[in-house]
Design a protein around this ligand. Structure first.
Ligand code: WTA
Length: 699
């Protein structure tokens, strides 16, 4: 399946210097290890598992699974019978067994240049233990779900690892989501506690997170699901400022030196106003006040391999987000192994992944993967364009970043400003560049490669999904000849196939549904609270395969090229959105009878949202309505789902059975007249009308 020969022309190679130190230094070595990993996964993953601590050993086969619904229940199990603690492996093991206590785990770089913090592995361990004790004192136990709604601060990592330490399950909600979305997720995962912050800045814009959290908790209350406790980090306001503390904790000596220092200096420059934080003493608890009484000693809770680690919501085609559940051992091995091989991790690396921890990329490649091997990372709170469009490269030089991982949408955004803002900085520390989240167009690839990496750094274009836990198709930087725009070949243990509509595997150059044939350790185990949705979404269409929902082409050289989603999902700036979710937000407006949303290509965001709305009788279409609809979607889902175009559509193209023909709507949105077969269309006059009234400007 992996070709014997890779092409010699029109491909890009990692440098010889890189090959010298690389874990996998040639395509032959990749192929050799790949073959071992799929023929004998137990040996391959068993070797990775030796890098970690197991309280008790696993019994029987390393990886067990069933992908075939016709043969029974779908399941995946990794290292059954083993017990461990992932927080112990990430922190205690690195501090106590590998002597990395003084090594920096994170350089935190705030939104405002000059706001910075440094946290070593030892300090991180102390903070996590303290906070784990806080969680325990608030009654959080193994298996309980804890919702986290925080900006990109070290405390977010502390909160997630503290949960992991005591066996609680974190459910992080991206801080760009609305109160409504937070409420929906808290209720779906039945969280008993929420952790949030006063607020944060994205560039110049203040996000008053606590207000949103309060609104979400109010909604939960109204829906009969009261959350009793909310821990609030004072991120913008200094912790020394007076806070109504609710139930007071005794002032005790603080044991974490780093926090002491932080307290004196204050970590946020007061160049911006600080938000007013309403305080409800019945529910709200101050993060720092709780820590004051907490010891930094906390035994890890030993968990079974298949105990849940976290829930992370991802869009689903029905509109209701799916709570993707990952379990401990398999996820740990998979994020660790992909981190090590795909970024060719070396101990002196300074690694920077620009994703937000609220998405899977941040979970796997800011927290779990890098910490598993004791890496030093940059944790960045801000934006690539603030205070100016050189910010990324300024940070690269400041910390001497060696491995840099970002999204195509960020590259396309920066590309618009030309090479000068990049070339103001040296970037000579960079060795490997990466992308994730959506297909990278060759033009952006070449710019990233030539301007940012000065043709010195290979680009790992990593294809994967929230459901996968870690990289699935990706080059290995010193081994795989790269083709711009292709995610190239499978990672170890991953067996892709391309199927046609009837579920037959296609050989050689072909295009169709991308599926995976074999389980890998980092795979999701279920949709939280909805096993049948898990089975239906990923396994029903083609029994025996995990269906990604992405289209894929394999070229004559065996390279894989992702062609985009083939379900009703959109990818806006690297974030998956379900059209159904946006549609249901639109039709909740009293003036709207029906809505259909499609993607329209966008030069920076990848896709933009083009919405067709049919009004109820008596309603009038005007700018006020447009503004209300935009607001409605932002409030229901969040700013990432804001419609770019809204078109008044008195009728929608439907089949005779009443199904909206989105394919036709996509053509209308792009003004492409070649509609293909429209014989199933019930009323073709609707289409011409829609073409004539197309929207040319964004709303
Ligand atoms: C898309 C993000 C092309 C794809 C880690 C997938 C990509 C969805 C790539 C998952 C890539 C991600 N090339 N497409 N390198 N990486 N995708 O769950 O459509 O937020 O199904 O996980 O992003 O998005 P998710």
């Amino acid at each position: 399946m992996i070709p014997d020969q890779v092409p010699k022309e029109d491909v890009f190679h990692g440098s010889d210097d890189l090959k010298k130190e690389a874990h996998i230094s040639s395509f032959e070595k990749y192929k050799e290890l790949y073959t071992k990993s799929v023929v004998n996964p137990d040996d391959f993953w068993g070797d990775i598992a030796k890098d970690f601590f197991w309280k008790t050993k696993h019994k029987g086969q390393f990886l067990q699974y069933n992908f075939d619904v016709t043969r029974g229940k779908i399941f995946i199990k990794c290292m059954e019978g083993a017990s461990t603690n992932i927080c112990y492996n990430l922190l205690d093991r690195n501090v106590h067994e590998r002597n990395l206590g003084d090594k920096v785990a994170f350089y935190w770089e705030g939104n405002e240049p000059g706001d910075e913090l440094k946290v070593t592995y030892r300090e991180l361990l102390h903070r996590v233990c303290q906070f784990a004790n806080v969680l325990k004192s608030q009654g959080v136990k193994k298996g309980d779900r804890v919702s986290i709604y925080m900006p990109m601060v070290v405390e977010l990592v502390v909160a997630m690892l503290a949960c992991a330490r005591i066996g609680a399950v974190h459910s992080i909600v991206f801080a760009g989501f609305s109160a409504e979305s937070l409420c929906e997720r808290i209720m779906d995962s039945q969280c008993s506690l929420l952790i949030t912050a006063d607020g944060f800045y994205r560039g110049d814009k203040l996000i008053s997170l606590k207000l949103l959290a309060d609104e979400a908790l109010q909604k939960c209350r109204e829906k009969g699901f009261p959350v009793e406790k909310c821990i609030v980090l004072k991120h913008l306001s200094k912790e020394t400022e007076d806070t109504p503390l609710g139930s007071q904790s005794p002032p005790a000596k603080r044991s974490c030196p780093d926090l002491q220092q932080e307290k004196q200096t204050g970590r946020i420059k007061k160049t911006h106003p600080v938000p007013q934080v309403p305080w409800n003493p019945e529910v709200d608890l101050c993060w720092h006040a709780l820590l004051r009484g907490a010891s930094n000693d906390c035994d890890p809770v030993w968990c079974e391999s298949e105990d849940p680690l976290f829930i992370l919501y991802t869009s689903g085609s029905t509109g209701k987000p799916k709570g993707v559940l990952h379990t401990i051992s398999g996820y740990m091995l998979y994020t660790a192994a992909t981190f090590k091989f795909v970024f060719d991790y070396q101990p002196d690396d300074i690694y920077w992944c620009t994703a937000d921890i609220g998405w899977i990329t941040g979970h796997s490649y800011i927290t779990y993967g890098p910490l598993a091997y004791g890496a030093t990372s940059v944790l960045f709170e801000g934006l690539p364009t603030y205070p100016d469009v050189s910010r990324m490269w300024e940070i690269v030089d400041k910390y001497h970043v060696t491995k840099f991982y970002t999204a195509p949408t960020a590259i396309r955004l920066l590309m618009k400003y030309g090479s000068e803002p990049v070339q103001k900085y040296k970037r000579d520390s960079l060795k490997i560049l990466g992308t994730v989240g959506e297909p990278i167009n060759p033009e952006a690839w070449h710019w990233y490669y030539s301007v940012v990496g000065e043709k010195r750094c290979p680009i790992v274009d990593t294809f994967w999904q929230t459901e996968n836990g870690g990289h699935m198709l990706t080059p290995l930087p010193a081994a795989t000849p790269m083709k711009p725009g292709s995610a190239t070949f499978p990672f170890f243990g991953v067996v892709p196939a391309i199927l046609n509509e009837s579920g037959e595997e296609l050989e050689g150059p072909s295009e169709g549904y991308l599926v995976f044939k074999q389980a890998w350790p980092g795979m999701m185990r279920t949709v939280y609270g909805n096993y049948s949705r898990f089975e239906t979404t990923y396994f029903k269409k083609f029994p025996g395969y995990y269906v990604t929902g992405d289209g894929c082409r394999r070229d004559k050289d065996g390279y894989y090229w992702i062609t985009g989603r083939i379900d009703d999902m959109l990818n806006v700036s690297g974030h998956l959105l379900s059209t159904a979710e946006v549609e249901s937000a639109l039709v909740e407006h009293e003036a709207i009878a029906e809505a259909a949303v499609v993607g329209r290509p966008h030069p920076v965001k990848g896709e933009s949202l083009y919405c067709f709305v049919t009004l109820r009788d008596g309603a009038t279409y005007n700018q006020t309505l447009e503004a209300e609809l935009k607001k409605q979607v932002r409030e229901k889902i969040g700013a990432i789902a804001t419609p770019d175009y809204i078109q008044n559509a008195p009728g929608l193209p439907k089949t005779r059975s009443g199904k909206i023909m989105r394919r036709v709507l996509r053509k209308i949105a792009c003004n492409e007249r070649d509609l293909g077969d429209t014989s199933t269309l019930a009323d073709s006059s609707v289409v011409e009308q829609l073409f004539q009234n197309r929207c040319f400007t964004t709303v």
